[in-house]
Design a protein around this ligand. Structure first.
Ligand code: CAA
Length: 288
């Protein structure tokens, strides 16, 4: 394993997490190639990233020149074959094991440098499963960012027994020194550290509303005013996406077998009726 610098990053998936990861990499002067499966999704991802960079300018966090430089470092493709020269690829697609396994198998074939790192931004799918989808799990890790990625400074780093010595150190140094993030290490357990603590809390808040214990507004007000959280659990659930929370809860319930993690009926009903949270314009709250 070389100690080569990571200067060419690939991001697979340009939803809210992938777009955020691509944005922070481009702002950190790294060359970024973003992949989406279809032209429409690629165009939506591009607008998401460029819109966020524009908001950075209007809020005074970026100069126009910095925005333009970041934009010039971003390229977009629908062909994973274009990832051959990447030093690090961060997969950030939907939380679906079969989809992620297929992407890791393909990345393993395409990304040419054996020292390149293949990382997943999954919250709940075992990194060992993704490693097993490749011929060379030595270069596979979990690199888990938090939403909104440009704001939250944490990255969880997850290795598997097969991860080669030096891979975690290179990824940590990239996340810390280049992206300016703080890194913690977690075992390869569903939810890692943050979601293993956060998801049962969000599910408890949903159960409170479901049982009539308190209203959505009052549960949120309680945690903002009573515990100084930046936002209440139901607003946060809307921001993360109720479909994503449901999938993470199911995976954690499967792994730990504790009812604490079982998705409440209200969550399932909301997902089934398309109330997915902020991205769908409706969840526990309505959005413009
Ligand atoms: N991109 C860039 N900057 C953003 C942003 C975005 N999407 N959203 C907010 N910001 C910036 C704002 O510009 C603002 O910056 P300044 O303070 O420098 O002006 C700052 O963040 C605060 O934003 P706002 O004033 O608009 O709103 P706020 O004070 O209510 O903060 C928040 C919004 C940052 C989202 C804050 O409420 C927060 O941190 N909430 C908790 C988020 C959280 O817990 N995330 C983890 C979710 S779990 C997860 O991601 C992992 C998983 O696997 C599910």
């Amino acid at each position: 394993m070389t100690s080569q610098k990571i200067s060419r990053v690939g991001v697979v998936g340009a939803g809210q997490m992938g777009a955020g990861i691509a944005e922070v990499c481009a702002r950190a002067q790294v060359d970024v190639l973003v992949h989406e499966a279809t032209r429409d999704r690629l165009a939506a991802g591009r607008s998401r990233i460029l819109g966020s960079l524009d908001r950075g300018v209007s809020s005074g966090k970026l100069t126009e020149r910095e925005r333009d430089q970041a934009t010039a470092r971003l390229r977009f493709t629908c062909d994973l074959g274009d990832f051959a020269d990447r030093d690090l690829v961060v997969e950030s697609v939907v939380e679906d094991e079969a989809v992620k396994v297929e992407i890791f198998t393909r990345l393993d074939e395409v990304v040419a440098d054996p020292a390149a790192i293949l990382a997943s931004n999954t919250s709940s799918i075992p990194i060992r499963t993704l490693g097993a989808a490749t011929r060379d799990p030595a270069r596979v890790i979990g690199l888990h960012f938090f939403n909104p990625v440009p704001v939250l400074p944490l990255v969880e780093l997850v290795t598997i027994p097969e991860t080669a010595p030096g891979v975690a150190a290179r990824a940590e140094s990239f996340a810390h020194d280049v992206l300016g993030k703080q890194v913690i290490y977690s075992a390869d357990r569903s939810g890692f550290v943050v979601n293993a603590l956060l998801v049962p809390y969000l599910l408890s808040a949903i159960r409170m509303v479901e049982s009539g214990f308190a209203t959505v507004e009052d549960v949120d007000k309680a945690m903002v005013l009573g515990c100084a959280h930046p936002m209440g659990p139901l607003k946060l659930a809307d921001m993360v996406g109720l479909d994503t929370i449901k999938v993470i809860a199911e995976r954690m319930n499967e792994e730990f077998g504790e009812s604490l993690y079982a998705p409440p009926a209200l969550l399932t009903q909301m997902v089934e009726s398309g109330r997915l949270g902020k991205k769908a314009g409706r969840g526990f709250y309505e959005y413009e």
